[in-house]
Design a protein around this ligand. Structure first.
Ligand code: HEC
Length: 173
């Protein structure tokens, strides 16, 4: 086995190259992303989430909403998300920089919620929808939700917005 060292070196460099490709390149490209002004001199986006919405995210996680709802609008040409009204532009990495837990999701049984805040029902209607969906609406009922968690969850859903112009994804003129 006089070539053992050579083989080990080969294995090491293969793993190291793959690792740096995945981890370091992503970090270099995205690690320093921060908020950006929507227009020259405008406010910074994404906006900071209200405290109640941050609490609501934990309710959303607890109840498993992420199992059926994604939070990522695909670009036109890679699906019909924009045509369906899920968003006005595609989602970009910068949209998620302030989120401690990014709930992009994997499966979409219900509509995408990335920009739900822009089309949301009123607080009262949304809370009622989550507790007891109207008959004929295909949605699990969360009748056990107490007022405190329901209010936080509704605040979270209403805070979901990706309808500002971003350097990587301008709004259509
Ligand atoms: C079993 C899958 C499933 C789960 C779990 C689920 N949903 Fe849904 N959701 C759906 C489907 C399907 C629809 C579309 C219902 C319809 O309009 O008939 C929907 C619709 C919605 C809508 C309206 C979206 C729109 O564009 O009008 C909201 C808001 C929503 N869900 C929030 C939630 C929240 C919050 C949770 C967790 C508490 C949750 N959902 C859990 C499947 C699910």
């Amino acid at each position: 086995m006089k070539n053992l060292n050579l083989i080990l070196a080969g294995v090491f460099f293969t793993v190291a190259a793959a690792w740096s490709g995945l981890v370091i390149t992503a970090q270099v490209q995205l690690g320093s992303l921060g908020r950006a002004p929507s227009e020259e001199g405008g406010p910074l986006f994404p906006s900071r989430e209200p405290g109640l919405a941050i609490q609501g995210r934990t309710v959303y996680l607890d109840l498993g909403c992420v199992a059926c709802h994604t939070q990522q609008v695909r670009p036109a040409g890679q699906g019909s998300d924009i045509a369906r009204g899920y968003g006005v532009r595609s989602s970009v990495a910068r949209d998620y920089v302030l989120q401690s837990q990014v709930l992009i999701g994997q499966r979409r049984l219900g509509p995408d919620l990335a920009n739900y805040g822009a089309r949301a029902k009123s607080e009262v209607e949304l809370a009622a929808f989550l507790r007891t969906p109207a008959s004929g609406v295909n949605h699990p009922p969360y009748a056990f939700l107490d007022a405190e968690r329901s209010t936080a969850l509704v605040a979270y859903l209403k805070s979901l917005r990706q309808d500002y112009s971003s350097p990587e994804a301008k709004l259509k003129q």
